[in-house]
Design a protein around this ligand. Structure first.
Ligand code: SF4
Length: 91
């Protein structure tokens, strides 16, 4: 077998291993494609007293993130999937 074929097989094996690691080891929410802000009806302002800072899917940080919605998430934002609870506990 040529060196090139061996390298290609090793590359394919490494890619497959990384994919398996993503789906088995990482949290399912992190491995899945993130939902867009538009799909979630995300807004940068609170809604009826609800905001990301009090949502169980919010991941505090600078910037903040969400286990379900992709991109930077404001602690003062909100989306239609808001769920009360301590941050990063319902993913
Ligand atoms: S799921 Fe929660 S933390 Fe994520 S964007 Fe919606 S309200 Fe914010």
């Amino acid at each position: 077998m040529s060196t090139r074929r061996i390298l290609l097989k090793r590359g394919a094996l490494a890619a497959f291993s990384a994919a398996v690691f993503n789906f088995v080891v990482l949290r399912p929410a992190a491995a899945m494609a993130m939902m867009s802000k538009k799909q979630a009806a995300y807004q940068d302002t609170p809604h009826s007293g609800e905001q990301c800072a009090a949502c169980c899917m919010f991941i505090p940080g600078d910037p903040g993130h969400c286990t379900m919605i992709g991109g930077v998430i404001s602690p003062h934002g909100w989306c239609k999937f808001w769920q009360a609870g301590p941050n990063d506990t319902c993913s």
